[in-house]
Design a protein around this ligand. Structure first.
Ligand code: FAD
Length: 445
C-alpha cells in the first residue's frame, strides 16, 4: 500500500513556490489533493468572488491533470472521511492567519486531525516581526524597516513530479458559478498570475512609483486577486524586484499587505471592530438612501461614482479610488466603516479580511494611521488630480461622456453638465466635512 498524504489547498491555489505542497510530496508516495468548499465562506462571498474561485479551481485542476478533489462540507467531516477512505497518514496545509481560518483549523485539530503546517501566504509569517521589547509594531514605517531587514526565504520551484491518487467522480463537486451578466473579471489561476506578473515586470514596474496613483491607466500590477487566492506567492514577486524606484515602492506595497496581516493577527477583533476603540463612540448615521446611492455609484460625485461602478462591473477598484470612496462613506455620509467594508467584501475578487478591514479603518481614521491630522479626501480635487483628463470617469459613467478633460469632474459648472441624466450631488462635501470634524471633536477628550 502506498503512503498517502492529503494536501488541503486553501489560500494557495498554485503548484510553484508552494513549500507545503513540497512537504506533502516529500513525505508520501501519492498525494490526495483536495479543496473543501466551505459553504459558510462561499455564502459570504458575492457572485463575483464565487465565479473567480470556480475559475481558479478549474485552472488548478487542469494543472493537476484533472485529479483535484473538490468536496463541499464541514472540513472535520470531509477530512475524517478522506483520511479513512485513502488511508492517509498526514494532512498538509499552509498555515492560516486570518481569524476565520485560524478558528477552523483549531476546530479541525481539536477533532483529533493533526495538520502539518508549512509556510504561509506571506513572505514573513504574521507575528514574527517584533519590536526590540518583543511587542508587535503598530505603525507601518518601522514595521517595514524591520520586515525588510529580517528578509525572507527564496522561492521554491515547481515540484519535479506530483503523483496524485485516482479519484471518484463523486469527489469532483466543482462549483458551477459563472461570471454574472455584464461583469468582466480578470482571468484566474496560477498561469494567469505568472503571466500578469511577467507583463507587469516588463512594462509598468519601472514607472510604478509615478503611475500607481493614476486611476485611468493600468499602472498597478492587478495582482491582488492572485495574491488573495495564493495563485502566486509574494516571495515570487519580491525575488523578481530590482533596485529601481518602481521596485522599491512595489516592495513597500507588498509590505502593507504583510503589515495588515500582522496587525490582524495580534488584534483579531479588528476584522469587525474599531482598532482605535474611541471611534466606536463617535456619532454615526444609519444607512439610508444616501448609502444606496453610494452603492449604486449615484452620489453625484463623478470620481466616487466611477469607482463604485468599476467595483460592481469588474470586482476590483483602483487603490486611489478605494480611499476616496471609503472617505466619502465615513466622512461625507457619516456611516460606520463596516457598512462599506461589507459592500466591498461582497464584490471584490481580491477581498482579503486584513487588507480590507484595515484599509477601511486607515481611511476612516480609526486604524493604524500615524498621521497626526484627520484626513478627509475631497472627492472633486482627488478626481482632478488623479484623473486629470477625466478618462476614468467617462469610462464608467456614460452620463458624463459628453464632457471632456477636467470638466468631467464638475458637471455642475457646465450648462450641459446634466444633459445626459447624471444625478445631482446628494450631499454638500464642504458642509459634511465640517460636520465630520464636529463629530470628531465630540470624541476628543
Ligand atoms: C478601503 C480599502 C479597502 C481595501 N481592500 C483590499 C482588499 O480587500 N484586498 C486587497 O488585496 N487589498 C485591499 N486594499 C489595498 C489596495 O487597494 C489593493 O491591494 C490594490 O488596489 C490592489 O491592486 P493591485 O494589485 O494592482 O495593487 P498594486 O499597487 O500593484 O500593489 C501590489 C500588491 O501590494 C498589496 N497592496 C498594495 N496596496 C496595499 C494596501 N494599501 N494595503 C494592503 N496591501 C496593499 C496588494 O497585495 C497588491 O496586490 C484596500 C485598500 C483600501 C483603501
Amino acid at each position: 500500500m502506498n503512503n498517502r498524504a492529503i494536501f488541503w489547498f486553501r489560500r494557495d491555489l498554485r503548484l510553484s513556490d508552494n513549500p507545503a505542497l513540497l512537504a506533502a510530496i516529500d513525505e508520501s508516495d501519492e498525494i490526495v489533493p483536495i479543496f473543501i468548499m466551505d459553504m459558510e465562506i462561499a455564502n459570504r462571498a458575492g457572485d463575483h468572488r464565487r465565479a473567480y474561485l470556480a475559475a481558479s479551481l478549474a485552472s488548478l485542476d487542469a494543472s493537476l491533470g484533472g485529479r483535484l478533489k473538490v468536496i463541499s462540507g464541514d472540513p472535520v467531516v470531509v477530512l475524517r472521511e478522506l483520511i479513512s477512505e485513502y488511508n492517509a497518514t498526514s494532512v498538509h496545509v499552509a498555515q492560516e492567519y486570518a481569524p476565520y481560518g485560524v478558528a477552523r483549523d483549531a476546530r479541525v485539530e481539536a477533532a483529533g486531525i493533526h495538520l502539518t503546517k508549512t509556510g504561509s501566504p506571506y513572505a514573513i509569517a504574521p507575528g514574527r516581526i517584533r519590536k526590540s521589547d518583543d511587542t508587535p509594531y503598530k505603525v507601518y514605517t518601522p514595521f517595514f524597516r524591520a520586515w525588510a531587514t529580517h528578509g525572507w526565504r527564496a522561492p521554491v520551484g515547481v515540484p519535479k513530479k506530483i503523483v496524485c491518487v485516482e479519484i471518484k467522480s463523486s469527489e469532483r463537486q466543482f462549483p458551477q458559478w459563472g461570471i454574472p451578466e455584464g461583469v468582466s473579471l480578470p482571468p484566474a489561476g496560477e498561469s494567469a498570475a505568472l503571466s500578469r506578473w511577467k507583463t507587469f515586470q516588463d512594462s509598468e514596474l519601472e514607472n510604478y512609483d509615478e503611475q500607481r496613483n493614476l486611476a485611468a491607466i493600468d499602472g498597478t500590477s492587478k495582482l491582488s486577486a492572485h495574491l488573495r487566492w495564493g495563485e502566486i506567492h509574494p516571495r515570487t514577486l519580491l525575488a523578481g524586484l530590482g533596485k529601481g524606484t518602481g521596485s522599491e515602492i512595489f516592495r513597500k506595497e507588498i509590505a502593507w499587505r504583510e503589515f495588515y496581516a500582522d496587525v490582524l493577527h495580534h488584534n483579531p477583533h479588528t476584522s469587525r471592530d474599531y482598532y482605535a476603540p474611541r471611534f466606536a463612540n463617535m456619532r454615526y448615521d444609519k444607512p439610508s438612501e444616501n448609502f444606496d446611492a453610494w452603492c449604486a455609484g449615484k452620489t453625484g460625485y463623478p470620481f466616487v461614482d466611477a469607482a463604485m461602478r468599476q467595483l460592481v462591473q469588474e470586482g476590483w477598484m483602483h487603490n486611489r479610488t478605494r480611499m476616496v470612496v471609503a472617505s466619502f462613506l465615513v466622512k461625507d455620509l457619516h456611516l460606520e466603516w463596516q457598512h462599506g467594508a461589507n459592500f466591498f467584501m461582497k464584490y471584490l475578487v481580491d477581498n482579503d479580511v486584513a487588507s480590507n478591514s484595515h484599509g477601511w479603518q486607515w481611511t476612516a481614521g480609526c486604524g493604524t494611521d500615524a498621521s497626526p491630522y484627520y484626513r478627509i479626501f475631497n472627492p472633486v480635487e482627488q478626481g482632478k488630480r488623479f484623473d486629470e483628463d477625466g478618462a476614468y470617469v467617462r469610462k464608467y459613467v456614460p452620463e458624463l461622456r459628453h464632457l471632456s478633460g477636467i470638466a468631467t469632474h464638475e458637471p455642475w459648472l457646465h450648462a450641459d453638465g446634466y444633459s445626459q441624466g447624471y444625478v445631482q450631488r446628494t450631499v454638500d462635501h464642504a458642509a459634511e466635512r465640517h460636520e465630520s470634524l464636529a463629530r470628531l471633536a465630540e470624541i476628543k477628550i
